[in-house]
Design a protein around this ligand. Structure first.
Ligand SMILES: Nc1nc2c(ncn2[C@@H]2O[C@H](COP(=O)(O)OP(=O)(O)OP(=O)(O)O)[C@@H](O)[C@H]2O)c(=O)[nH]1
Ligand SMILES: [Mg+2]
Ligand SMILES: [Zn+2]
Length: 323
């Protein structure tokens, strides 16, 4: 039986599709395989480079997940859900309407920071003027912290989307966001043959019905690169991973210390509160609260920190009871 490397390109719950990576053991490059894991757990994520063994026509079993650069996932006290791995950046897609949740935005940014991935915020549907001012107001703290924010209208202002091109070319980006923000619309704009790529995946998996829960990897079209900076004609064009919209973004797996470091505006103040495990609540001598009073740190971000800290402690308690 042939062993080879393959890139996990679609994950529909427990069903995975992987694409053979060129030049491995006489396997035709780009061939799509349905892959399964041996164990019950399905811990693979789209973007994983797998070592697989062929088990039949277009079928293979996962032998190993090669070491990941990073893994983006969400979790509560009981379970975790992979979103994507080996990504260069997270595109957090928000819209003016329906209004987005600042809590989910905050969580996505923290997830990115703890995974060591660049977050890039996209405010879509800027053609709808009614809620634009309110949306911009919610983004102010993020702009102040230096996070990149791109205002656009994927549907009505192509030039606004083209400004994003230099940031997606040559990179693997994952699209995250609530339902209805325009992730798929953006994907289809950037990758004109995305529908065809989806169809090919669905055909191989014979499971169009799983589409709403799917994370999928799409290749950006070749030939859009800017060849000035020494890039060669066969350089990697980049890819986008589309994920289903979600309402919750649990980060119960993060430790207190990971949380402290993930809030980038807290970093200069780390270790300066009176208590080393300060919750930045009512404790005396809290420099983070002092910064809120001085207007240099947003109160909303401190609230998010406290909420995430609480969820992480709860998860630890539940896990300890389960043991
Ligand atoms: N007015 C306006 N509508 C848009 C724009 N971009 C997307 N939409 C609309 O917003 C709706 C939702 O877009 P989708 O791309 O399906 O959203 P999604 O984020 O992929 O949603 P899920 O797949 O459910 O997570 C669609 O009806 C789009 O036509 C925009 O720039 N302006
Ligand atoms: Mg979508
Ligand atoms: Zn404090």
């Amino acid at each position: 039986m042939k062993s080879f490397k393959a890139l996990l390109v679609a994950s529909y719950g427990r069903h995975y599709l992987a694409r053979a990576i060129e030049g491995e053991a006489g396997i035709s490059a780009q061939a799509l395989y349905q892959v399964t894991s041996r164990g019950k757990q399905h811990l693979s994520a789209v973007g994983d480079v797998l070592e697989v063994q062929e088990t039949g026509p277009e079928q293979a079993v996962i032998e190993k997940i090669t070491e990941r650069k990073n893994l983006l996932y969400r979790s509560d006290a009981y379970k975790s859900k992979s979103i994507a791995s080996n990504v260069d950046q997270i595109l957090i897609v928000l819209a003016t309407e329906p209004g987005f949740s600042p809590d989910l935005l905050g969580r996505a940014v923290i997830a990115a920071e703890t995974a060591g991935i660049i977050p890039r915020i996209i405010l879509n549907k800027c053609d709808l003027p009614n809620k634009l001012a309110a949306a911009r107001k919610m983004l102010e703290p993020y702009i102040a912290m230096g996070y990149p924010v791109h205002e656009m209208s994927v549907k009505h202002d192509p030039a606004s989307v083209e400004a994003l091109l230099p940031h997606v070319q040559g990179r693997v980006s994952v699209l995250v966001g609530q339902s209805g923000m325009g992730k798929s619309t953006l994907l289809n704009f950037l990758i004109p043959d995305a529908a065809a790529q989806t169809q090919e995946h669905s055909k191989k998996l014979d499971s169009g019905k799983h589409t709403t829960t799917a994370c999928r990897y799409y290749d950006l079209p070749a030939g859009q690169q800017n060849f000035s900076a020494g890039s060669s004609a066969n350089s990697f064009a980049g890819a986008l991973i589309d994920s289903p919209g979600f309402q919750e973004f649990g980060l119960a797996h993060l430790s207190e210390s990971e949380l402290q470091h993930a809030f980038i505006e807290f970093r200069p103040l780390l270790g300066k509160c009176k208590f080393h495990n300060c919750s930045h609540g009512d404790e005396p001598g809290c420099v983070v609260r002092a910064a809120v009073d001085a207007g240099t740190i947003s109160a909303q971000r401190v609230e998010l920190f406290r909420q995430l800290r609480h969820e992480s402690h709860n998860a630890d308690t539940i896990q300890a009871k389960l043991k």
